[in-house]
Design a protein around this ligand. Sequence first.
Ligand SMILES: *[C@@H]1O[C@H](CO)[C@@H](O)[C@H](O)[C@H]1NC(C)=O
Ligand SMILES: *[C@@H]1O[C@H](CO)[C@@H](O)[C@H](O)[C@H]1NC(C)=O
Ligand SMILES: *[C@@H]1O[C@H](CO)[C@@H](O)[C@H](O)[C@H]1NC(C)=O
Ligand SMILES: *[C@@H]1O[C@H](CO)[C@@H](O)[C@H](O)[C@H]1NC(C)=O
Ligand SMILES: *[C@@H]1O[C@H](CO)[C@@H](O)[C@H](O)[C@H]1NC(C)=O
Ligand SMILES: *[C@@H]1O[C@H](CO)[C@@H](O)[C@H](O)[C@H]1NC(C)=O
Ligand SMILES: *[C@@H]1O[C@H](CO)[C@@H](O)[C@H](O)[C@H]1NC(C)=O
Length: 537
Amino acid sequence: MKICSSWCSKSASTRFFWIIIPFILVSIFFAFGNSKSSSFSTSTWLFSSGKNNSGELVAVKVAVNGGADHEDAILEDYNFNNSNIIINSFSPITAEADQESEEEFQENHEQPVVTQKDESFNISSEKPHELPSLNETHDLSTEPKIKKKFTNLEKLEVQLGKARAAIKEAAMSGNQTDDSDYVPTGPMYWNAKAFHRSYLEMEKQFKVFVYEEGEQPIFHNGPCKSIYAMEGNFIYQMETTKFRTRDPEKAHVFFLPISVTAIVHFIYDRKSRDHWNPMKQTLTDYINLVSGKYPYWNRSIGADHFMLSCHDWGPEISKAVPELFKNSIRALCNANTSEGFKPSRDVSFPEILLPGGTMDGLLGGPSPSRRSILAFFAGGLHGPIRPVLLEHWENKDNDVQVHRYLPKGVSYYGMLRNSKFCLCPSGYEVASPRMVEALYTGCVPVLIKDHYVPPFSDVLNWKSFSVEVPVERIPDLKKILAGISTRQYIRLQRRGKQVRRHFEVNRTPKRYDVFHMILHSIWLRRLNIKLHGLEYL
Ligand SMILES: *[C@@H]1O[C@H](CO)[C@@H](O)[C@H](O)[C@H]1NC(C)=O
Ligand SMILES: *[C@@H]1O[C@H](CO)[C@@H](O)[C@H](O)[C@H]1NC(C)=O
Ligand SMILES: *[C@@H]1O[C@H](CO)[C@@H](O)[C@H](O)[C@H]1NC(C)=O
Ligand SMILES: *[C@@H]1O[C@H](CO)[C@@H](O)[C@H](O)[C@H]1NC(C)=O
Ligand SMILES: *[C@@H]1O[C@H](CO)[C@@H](O)[C@H](O)[C@H]1NC(C)=O
Ligand SMILES: *[C@@H]1O[C@H](CO)[C@@H](O)[C@H](O)[C@H]1NC(C)=O
Ligand SMILES: *[C@@H]1O[C@H](CO)[C@@H](O)[C@H](O)[C@H]1NC(C)=O
C-alpha cells in the first residue's frame, strides 16, 4: 500500500483489503510457508499449497475484470491497472526480417562482441583480479570501421576500466574510504574495502536504461506485498531512481521491466495444453520489440541487459529467449544452480515477504540471552527437504520447535524473536523469505538447502552470520546448533544485525539497502564483461 502507492489503483478493493488484513496475518502465522504459486489462485491462495499431489505446479489464473471480492483483494496487492491490460500488443517480426537477421546473427556468433573475462570480477575472491588493460580498450579507437555514434560505448568502457582499477587498488591497498552513512567492515564481507570502493564507484557512474516499451500490468508493474514483493518494489524503484538514465547512449546496462509474477498472474492458463508457450511468448515478443527498435540488444547479444524475477518460474520463463538465458544478467530469487543459475553472470537476491507492504513492525528482537528456544521452524510440507525435517523433529524436542502449523494463539514473529536459530529449509524452490525474516528479528538463519546461491554472496560471506547444515545432517541438527558456543553465537547474531541493512526495503531507497545491493550485484556483473566489436554496426 505504501511503497508503491503512487501507482496503486485505488478501488473498492482497498476497503476490502483492510477487512481481510487480519485474516491474512492470521493465515500467515498458521499456514506459513505455503507455496508461492498459490498466491493468486482463487480459493486456495492462502491455505493450500500450489502443488497438487502429483507434484505438478498448479496456479489458477484469476479473472481480471470484475472478479469476486477476495480476488480484488489479492489484486490490490498487485497494483495492476484494471482498465489498461494489453498483452502481446507488439507487431510480429516478418519472416523475411528473420532470415536476414539470421545471417547477421551467425556473424556475431563467429566473432563475439562480448568478452567474458576469464576471472570474474567477484569481490568474494581474495586474490587480486586480472583486469583488462586500458590499452586494450584504446585499441578500439584505432579501428577505422567504427562509426561515430558508438564512441559512446568506448567512453563507457574506459570509465568501467577505471572503476575496475580503483576497486582492485582498494582491495589491495588497505585504504578505507570515509563514508558518513556506513563503512562496510568486518568478516561478513569477503573484502569490505573492495566492496566499499565498488559501491562508491557505482554511485559515481552507474547508469541504467529502462525500456519504456510495454504496457502495465505485465510491464512496469509488479506485486509489492506478497512473497514476490521484491519484483514490484524493484521495478518501481528502478524507474524512479537517479541511477536511471533516459539516454541509452549513456547506459551501462539495460533493464527489461517485466514482471514474471505478472506474466504468471495474467497469462498462465492451467487448462491450456502447452501452458508455458504463451508466457514465454510474451518475453520473446518483448525482446523482439526492443531488439528491433534499438541497436543495444544486438550489440551485445543481450549481455548488458538484465531482467529480475522473484517468481519460482522466473528461471524457466527466461529460457524463452536463448540469448537471454545464455548471455543476459538474470536477477533471481530462485537462484538454483541446477536450473542454470550461474553465480558469475546471474544475481541472487532475497525473497522478502512484506505483509503490509512495508517493514513496519518486522524489525528487531531481544538479545541472545532472552531467546529461550534453540531452533524454530513452522511451515508447509513442500519440496524434498521439509518432510525430512518434520520427520525428525516435529514434536520431538522442546528445544527444536518444528511445526507444520503453529498452535492457536502463537505468533509466528513472536517465535522468531524467541528463538536463537531460525531454520530455513528449501521448499519447492531454493529461496525462502525466512532468511530475511530471521535477519530482521535478530535470529541466526540456518540454511538447509541444496544448489542454492545465497543473496549477495558476491559480497557477503554468509558463513560469518548464518549456519549451513547439509540436508543429510538434519538428524544431527540439535547437536550441531547446541555445539555452537555462546561466544560464537553472539558473534553470529551481532554480524547478522549488522548486515540487516542490506536486506531492508525502503520506500525511498537508502544507501546500502536491498535495492542498492541488487543494483550493486548487477554493476559487478557488468564489470565482468567488456563490450567491443563495434565494427559490426
Ligand atoms: C491506469 O490506466 C489509465 C488509463 O490508461 C491511466 O490514466 C492511469 O494513470 C493508470 N493508472 C495507473 C495507476 O497506472
Ligand atoms: C495434478 O496435476 C496433474 C497435471 O496438471 C494432473 O494430471 C493430476 O491429475 C493432478 N492431480 C491431482 C490430484 O489433482
Ligand atoms: C600500454 O601500451 C604501451 C605501449 O604499447 C605500453 O608501453 C604499456 O605498458 C601499456 N600499458 C598497459 C597497462 O598495458
Ligand atoms: C590512502 O589514502 C590517502 C588519502 O586518500 C592517500 O594519501 C594515501 O596515499 C593512500 N594510501 C595508500 C596506501 O593508497
Ligand atoms: C537485431 O537483430 C534482429 C534479428 O537478429 C533484427 O530483426 C533486428 O532488426 C536487429 N535490430 C536492429 C536495430 O538492427
Ligand atoms: C567468487 O569467487 C569465489 C572464489 O574465487 C567463488 O567461490 C565464488 O563462488 C564466486 N562467487 C561468484 C558470485 O561468482
Ligand atoms: C533445483 O533445480 C533442480 C533442477 O530443476 C530441481 O530438481 C530441484 O528440485 C530444484 N531445487 C529446489 C529446491 O527447487
